[in-house]
Design a protein around this ligand. Structure first.
Ligand code: SAM
Length: 215
């Protein structure tokens, strides 16, 4: 990893309540990876941050807690209809996140409750919609971009192409579910990670399947 890793603080600024909320929230963010997400957000230094893939708010607690500490804001983009693997009958479907009336995935009420219960509503803004649509209207420069949305090749590359142009020159790019070995998981986030390296990003830190990069 590069010397840029020195910019990431060793310590977390999460309160006990934040840690409890992150632990309790439904989602797909192991704690050690969440802590690196949080520490990278502290290093990003108080500007606007954006995540793609808010789901039930787990990663947003780690990032939002840093925003509260540093005075920034997190925009959390998600259509809240779930990715392919979250749909009813699929491997990563949580029946508690399926609306009983419509039979559709709806993670928005869970996201909202997580953020409300953590007291992070002043630092975390839910942007409900498809990420390419949001990206096509986005104008705000970002200090940190966290990509954890759809994991098809098309979706993951669209997220990268849509939002990386809005990342500050020295901004932080974080990509989740990066598995170099296909036996460990889908390859689209890994391909996006390789694309980022080819396009001038450098590895700063890693934890599990989370990669932290910077130009
Ligand atoms: C892996 S989950 C995110 C997990 C979350 N970061 C956590 O900490 O638990 C992926 C999320 O991306 C969302 N998603 C997938 N494709 C999307 C798209 N094109 N636009 C917006 N959201 C999308 C899904 O609705 C789902 O909630």
């Amino acid at each position: 990893m590069s010397d840029l890793a020195d910019a990431i603080p060793e310590d977390s600024a999460m309160t006990g309540a934040d840690l409890q909320a992150a632990h309790a929230a439904r989602g797909f963010m192991p704690h050690a990876e969440g802590l690196l997400l949080h520490r990278a957000a502290l290093a990003a230094g108080g500007g606007p941050m954006l995540e793609i893939g808010g789901y039930c708010g787990k990663s947003a607690v780690y990032l939002g807690s840093a925003a509260r500490h540093r005075g920034g804001v997190l925009f959390s983009v998600d259509h809240h209809r779930g990715s392919e693997e979250n749909q009813p009958g699929e491997l990563y479907c949580d029946s508690a996140v399926v609306d009983v009336q419509t039979g559709k995935v709806d993670s928005l009420p869970h996201f909202r409750r997580t953020i409300e219960e953590t007291g992070l509503e002043a630092w975390v803004v839910a942007v409900v919609g498809s990420s390419p649509l949001v990206a096509s209207h986005w104008c705000t420069p970002l200090s940190l971009l966290f990509i954890d949305g759809g994991h098809t090749e098309e979706a993951a590359h669209a997220d990268y192409a849509g939002f990386v142009p809005h990342l500050d020159g020295s901004g932080w790019l974080l990509i989740h579910d990066v598995f170099g070995d296909p036996a460990d998981g889908g390859q689209a986030p890994f391909h996006v990670y390789c694309r980022a390296l080819e396009e001038g990003f450098r590895d700063v830190a890693a934890e599990g399947s989370l990669r932290v990069l910077r130009r």
